[in-house]
Structure formats: C-alpha cells, structure tokens
Design a protein around this ligand. Structure first.
Ligand code: FHN
Length: 465
C-alpha cells in the first residue's frame, strides 16, 4: 500500500529534493538547458514552425482511471472517465488502490507511435499526470507513479519517448496543475476535489517542491519536448502571474518549448481563446470539443476532441464519431487555421480501443492521399464555401469537396485568379481539370464521381499570389 498521505518525514525529504531541483533549474544552469535548436535563439515563428506544419496530433488520456473504466461500486458513473475520482467521490486512499491493478502488459509504445504516424499525425500529447495526480513516469518526488506504485514497474514515458524518437514523432506532455492527490493541492477538498471556491494554504509548497521539480524532470529525462500542455488551471490557487512565471521558467529550461495557454488563465472556458495582445501566457489557444466558428484569427490554436464521449477509457462508452466525421473535422479545423488533437483513451491493459484504431486507420488512408492539403496549410482565404472547405499554401488552394456537385462544376469565389490550373489531389498523373475564370470566380469542371466518398480534394493553383 502506498504511503500517500505524505507523513512529515516524507514531506521533508521531498521538500529538500524539490528545493535542490528548483535551485538547479531556477538558476538556469546552462547544462540543464535543453533545446531542439542546438543553441540558436529562435524567433516565435521559428519556434512554432514544426507545430504549424504538423496540423494533426494524437492526444492520449491514460492513467489509473482506466482501471475502474467508468464503473465504481457496481454503478456506472456519469461523466468523463478520467474524472471518476471526483464524480464518484472516491477518497484518496481508496483511489490509490487502483494502482495495484494497473498492469498494462499489452502496452507497446512502438505500436502506439506507429498507429499515430500511420494516421498522419506528427505529434503525441500524453497525460504525464492528470487531475488524479498519478504519474506515468518514474518521478523522483513521489512514489505515486507507475514505477513505484504499480505491479507494471516500467517507465511508460521513457518507452514512449524512445519510440517517438525512432519514428520521428514529436513527444509532448500534458500536465495537470490541479492535483487531487497531493495534500498541498486539492486532496483535502474531498469530497469535491474540484471545489473552485477553496484554497490550500500550502499550495505554493506544492508548486515549488513538487510541480516544478516534476516539470524539470520531464524536460530533463524525456526532452527536448515538443509541447508542454497544461490543464487544470482554473483552480482558485492558480493565478495568471503564476502562469506567466511558470511559462518563463520553462522557456529558460528549454527555449524552443511550445506551451499551451492553459499554463495561465487565458482560455475563456471551452472556447479556448488566447488573447493575442500578450495579456495572457501561452503560445496557443485550446478550444475543447469544438471547432471555433471562424477559427481564432491572429493566434495559433488547436482543437482537442474525443472520438466518443470520454477522454479516459470507459468500458461502455460506444458513442463513437464516425471516421468520416473525424476526417471532416480535421479538414474544417485546418480550413480555419488550427491544429487537430484527437484523443484516445487506452485500456488498463495498455491497448488502444479497437474502435479508435479503426478510425485512426481510416484517417491515415485519407491522409496518405490528401495530407498535402493539411500539412503546413493556412486558413481558407475564401471563407466557407457551400461545397466544403478550403485550405491554402503558397499559390495553391486546396478545395475540400464534401458535397460533390451534381452538375459537375465547382464554383470558387476568387477574384483575379489569373490563369488558374486544377487537378485532383488523388490523381497521381495530375491530369488537368477544365478551368474557367472570370473576374471574380473560378469554375472547375469535375469528373462525374468523387474520388473519395468523404472529402475529395481539388488542387487549384492560381497565378496571382
Ligand atoms: O478536465 C479536463 C478533462 O479531463 C480533459 O483532460 C480535457 C482535455 O482538454 N481538459 C479538461 C477540461 O478542460
């Protein structure tokens, strides 16, 4: 049984270790600096470049909540699976016992990464620690982690880091600021760990001797990382100045790190807006379970979304979005200038649910043909056309046709397109399609049947840009 209520000796030990780490990294020892850019100081645009190019990533919510999988004391618990500790009002000591049953012998990091890569994804964001406080790596400031508290005793993040490196996928970590397990954070708020009216007088101690040392560990042991993706920032004890300070501190540790806006208070609920005036910390906005109606002009953003109704595994949630819907959402997101972070919730055995695998494979088949119309593109310069969506790259417009026109012609409202040319992206021979241009419109004559039943892409190359 894990000694989780942290007795005085343990606390002092952790505090000392935390302070050592904090001093080391706080002093920004040059040797501890990590960078993908090998010492070169990047501009913000350069730092964001790979992320803007990537457009599509895998979100993984995995932790002890996969063990109850939505059921507690024989009852199905409403709500998202990873919130079961709070929703079912499970005391810390009892929730800890799930660690003894977390033994994901089916986990194969290589297989997960290949699945993401074959789906066309370029980065993976995994919950290093969710709100329940359990850690998927061998953390030195707690034994509430996969190495010390479970029979599995393998560092999941280390295995994932190795596989990501091998397959050229950017590794990114989600980290919850809110922590329902830590006595200096929200653990004492039981039975409502998420009580946003309450404060823990020792919260600063949690930040300095636990959270920051953990973040330093994550950067030092598994970095350089692509993104640190914060969450749980809405608690009373977390403030925007703390978010800004944490952001600056992390960028000192890894100057080219990308950090989401939930490091501070700038997200405005599920709309995920980052103010562009520098008032809030963070590099990108994080709309959740939604694609903003007109994108978030002027800021980088990423929509994160589930495939069913939960982030963490729930054994009985079968409300799956179809592959077609997910492909269209990816396209819609790109057409508005955003990234799409699509979630899977692996089982306690370490398996990605088959329904998720099938959807990722279908998306991969579509991306293998049409990826060019997503990667490195910018938002539609022609708004939202009736027949589908549009993305842009240089002189190319990618016309994503979801409604194949019955009359065989595709009208694009585009002034001064010059001598535009068009072909189907799915056509390896790039056979030109007939194009007629007037002052304000381009009309492309299409073949009778769509090359793809979900979204077919016409590449329109214009001469005016
Ligand atoms: O509370 C979490 C939730 O469990 C999940 O992690 C999502 C993912 O964006 N974020 C939170 C709520 O905003």
């Amino acid at each position: 049984m894990i000694d989780r209520r942290l007795n005085q000796t343990t606390l002092m030990r952790l505090t000392a270790l935390g302070l050592v780490l904090a001093v080391l990294v706080g002093g920004c020892d040059k040797d501890l600096r990590l960078s993908r850019s090998k010492g070169k100081v990047l501009t913000d645009d350069e730092r964001m470049e790979w992320w803007r190019e990537a457009r599509f990533g895998l979100f993984v919510h995995w932790g002890l909540y996969a063990v109850p999988a939505g059921t507690y004391q024989g009852k199905r618990i409403d709500g998202i699976g990873e919130w079961i500790m709070n929703s079912a009002r499970i005391p810390v000591e009892e929730y800890e016992t799930f660690a003894g049953r977390f033994n994901p012998i089916g986990f194969d990091a290589d297989e997960w990464v290949r699945l993401a890569k074959n789906a066309g994804m370029k980065y993976i964001v995994i919950t290093s620690k969710h709100h329940d406080g359990f850690c998927l790596w061998d953390s030195k400031v707690t034994d509430y982690d996969v190495m010390d508290a479970t029979p599995f005793k393998r560092d999941l993040l280390a295995e994932l880091a190795k596989a990501c490196k091998k397959h050229g996928i950017k590794l990114c970590f989600y980290y919850s600021i809110m922590d329902w397990h830590h006595p200096d954070a929200q653990a004492p708020f039981f039975p409502n760990y998420n009580d946003t009216s309450r404060s823990n007088p020792n919260f600063d101690r949690y930040v300095e001797t636990y959270m920051k040392p953990q973040l330093a560990e994550l950067l030092a042991k598994y970095g350089p990382l692509g993104v640190l993706w914060f969450d749980g920032e809405w608690i009373k004890d977390w403030t925007e100045p703390q978010g800004k300070a944490l952001y600056a501190w992390l960028r000192e540790l890894q100057p080219d790190l990308i950090i989401n806006n939930r490091v501070g208070k700038g997200r405005q609920g599920m709309e995920g807006l980052t103010k562009s005036d520098g008032a809030y910390a963070g590099d990108f906005g994080t709309p959740e379970q939604q694609v903003p109606a007109t994108g978030l002009p002027g800021v980088d953003w990423e929509t994160c979304m589930t495939m069913n109704d939960t982030w963490g595994f729930k054994s009985y949630d079968e409300n799956w979005k179809s592959a077609a819907e997910l492909i269209r959402t990816l396209v819609e997101t790109a057409s508005k200038g955003g990234n799409f972070l699509l979630n899977v919730g692996p089982t306690p055995e370490g398996l990605i649910p088959q329904a998720s695998v099938e959807r990722l494979e279908a998306m991969g088949r579509w991306m293998a043909v049409n990826g060019e119309s997503i990667y490195g593109t910018t938002a539609s310069p022609i708004g939202k056309p009736d027949w589908g969506y549009c993305t842009a790259k240089g002189r190319k417009l990618y016309l994503h046709v979801t409604e194949w026109p019955a009359d065989g012609t595709l009208s694009v409202k585009l002034p001064n397109a010059g001598a535009a040319k068009a072909h189907l992206l799915a056509d390896p021979k790039k056979k030109p399609l007939p194009v007629a241009c007037t002052d304000d419109q381009v009309t492309v004559t299409l073949p009778g049947t769509a090359p793809d039943p979900v979204v077919s892409v016409v590449v329109l190359t214009v001469n005016t840009k």
